[in-house]
Design a protein around this ligand. Structure first.
Ligand SMILES: Cc1cc2nc3c(=O)[nH]c(=O)nc-3n(C[C@H](O)[C@H](O)[C@H](O)COP(=O)(O)OP(=O)(O)OC[C@H]3O[C@@H](n4cnc5c(N)ncnc54)[C@H](O)[C@@H]3O)c2cc1C
Length: 354
């Protein structure tokens, strides 16, 4: 049981207790409830460390006193893993939010675990690179949370898993021991690959505090198509054809059924260009990686420029080759259509829980 002495000990262990320790019920409230709003804990103390060393000291004391803890990232997990069940202490990573640098030679970014995914995206943009993972919760979820959940996201098919893209990792074990595997050597074929154990471990093995992540190049152009078909079998046939025809230009392919589509349109008022009448929808994105990426935001640009036409042509070739499988289809002609198509996919989780 947490005592007054424990709280004052925690205050001694961190550099800025006024920032790191939250005791007020009102301020604790958002840490006690999950993103869906269904799972609620009864935590009485939130600790927000600012360094690996502070995480280590806090966990050492918790281990010594047998105080239960829950690591929390952006608290966007949809399965209640980030909130207490009872009165566990929440260790929030939201003050560990420094990006340590991007290595242009090896395309590796070194970052604290508490960096919000979207902030990492913005940081990498001027270099022409991006994180290998992207998901609808990008504005809140942490890269540490992405690692702890082995988040798949919407670009998994192209850029692979967090396992494949994590080059280095630092974590603190339950007894406070720091495991430092931030060598950042890509071709490291020595010994056990302990960092892999933490990816997808949901905080059960320790708290991830830093990571080195391999980043892919931002495509110079992307075109998105939405296809409609009548069966899941047809979805899989479209996948096979898309891989064959788009080859390395295939940067995303996601399917959703009409139940998902209807939830998004009725709850979030997002309508996809093909309407509500189809059983299955397949979102296909083709990208070109040939040209350098402009630094400025391209929100107002048309989706297809000269290079865009190349991938657009490939998308139309795909359409031709699957004409017997699809009942309708559209290639986005501008960024607002592209956004509308992506928003349908991204809104599914939110639509179902609202
Ligand atoms: C709109 C929306 C869309 C989503 N889309 C996707 C999707 O496409 N693909 C997908 O995989 N998920 C998706 N999710 C789920 C969720 O966003 C991801 O699981 C995300 O990776 C969680 O990150 P987080 O920082 O919010 O972690 P949290 O929710 O805070 O925590 C998740 C788990 O990881 C642990 N944890 C968090 N940080 C650490 C750390 N530093 N060290 C150790 N353990 C830690 C927590 O204890 C908990 O068990 C979506 C969620 C929303 C709300």
């Amino acid at each position: 049981k947490l005592t007054v002495q424990d709280v004052s000990e925690f205050k001694n262990l961190v550099e800025n207790p006024e920032l790191a320790i939250i005791e007020s019920e009102d301020e604790i409230a958002p840490y006690n409830v999950d993103w869906i709003g269904k799972i609620k804990g009864d935590c009485k103390l939130v600790i927000r460390p600012s360094s690996t060393e502070e995480v280590s000291k806090v966990l050492k004391h918790c281990n010594h006193r047998q105080i239960a803890v829950v690591p929390q990232g952006g608290n966007t997990g949809l399965v209640g893993g980030s909130v207490p069940i009872k009165d566990e202490i929440v260790i929030s990573m939201n003050r560990m939010n420094r990006i340590h640098g991007f290595d242009n030679t090896y395309n590796i970014v070194r970052t604290d675990a508490g960096v919000i995914l979207e902030n990492l995206m913005e940081y990498l943009k001027p270099f022409g690179y991006m994180p290998p993972v992207d998901l609808g919760a990008r504005g809140s979820c942490h890269i540490g949370g992405n690692l702890a959940t082995n988040a798949g996201g919407m670009k998994f098919l192209k850029y692979n898993s967090m396992h494949a893209n994590t080059i280095g990792l630092k974590a603190v074990l339950a007894d406070g021991t720091i495991l430092d595997d931030m060598k950042c050597l890509r071709k490291d074929n020595t010994g056990y690959d302990l960092k892999q154990l933490f990816i997808g471990s949901e905080g059960t093995l320790g708290i991830i505090t830093e990571a080195a992540i391999l980043c892919p190049k931002i495509p110079s152009d992307s075109n998105v198509a939405l296809l409609a078909c009548n069966s899941f079998e047809d979805v899989t046939k479209i996948l096979v054809k898309a891989k064959e025809i788009l080859g390395t230009n295939l940067s995303a392919i996601e399917y959703f059924d009409n139940a998902c589509n209807r939830v998004v349109s009725s709850v979030l008022k997002i309508t996809n260009p093909l309407g509500d009448d189809h059983r299955f929808y397949v979102l296909t994105e083709a990208s070109d990686y040939g040209l350098p990426t402009p630094v400025a935001s391209s929100d107002d640009q048309p989706a297809s420029g000269e290079q865009g036409n190349l991938v657009e042509e490939k998308l139309f070739a795909l359409f031709d080759s699957i004409s017997d499988l699809i009942v309708d289809g559209v290639v986005a002609q501008d960024s607002s259509q592209t956004n509308a198509i992506w928003k349908t996919r991204e809104g599914i989780a939110e639509g179902f829980v609202k």
